[in-house]
Design a protein around this ligand. Sequence first.
Ligand SMILES: [Zn+2]
Ligand SMILES: [Zn+2]
Length: 205
Amino acid sequence: MIVKGLELGPFASNCYIVGADSGNEGIVIDPGAEADRILSAADDLGLNIKIIALTHGHMDHVGALAEVKKATGAEIAIHADDARSLQARNPFGSIFGGPSQAMPAPDRLLKGGDTIAVGDLHLLVLHTPGHTPGGICLLGEGVVFSGDTLFNLGIGRTDMPGGSYNQLMDSIHTKLLVLPDDTIVYPGHGPETTIAQERQWNPWL
Ligand SMILES: [Zn+2]
Ligand SMILES: [Zn+2]
């Protein structure tokens, strides 16, 4: 499995470009900003982006969505409970310094238990509400992309609209900490970690 992480934009959000070891189809997770860097990284990896998967609808994870969609024609997938937040952000686009362009509508609404697949690469959708109602983590072989649900020695904030501390804790404990120790966690901000490290050292858990 190919995983290329890029730290993008003023909020230092992590975007991941993911592909199977064979074949040339790829997935972009959270195109938060700087579409040109995302597209050239995908080019360097030789990947045609077929799916843009969003861990949630916050602006720092979707800022380059329109440009990446336009350049690749990839299908946009987001949990149904966060789909509306894409549209809700339109009027505020210019505040974030980018062109105030309309957010493209999602092509696919996800729910927990769904699979996102390109070629031999399969990612299972884990619905992990708490940071946002439609927050998801994406589970691949030995890896999980945790969005703003779980960070290296941190957890997502729950003080924004739709956030819930109790839900976030439940999501982390029942969906993430049950994964094998050596599962690599690729979070929405900051460096990667493992489930074992977070279970042992994360002060919030
Ligand atoms: Zn967020
Ligand atoms: Zn974020």
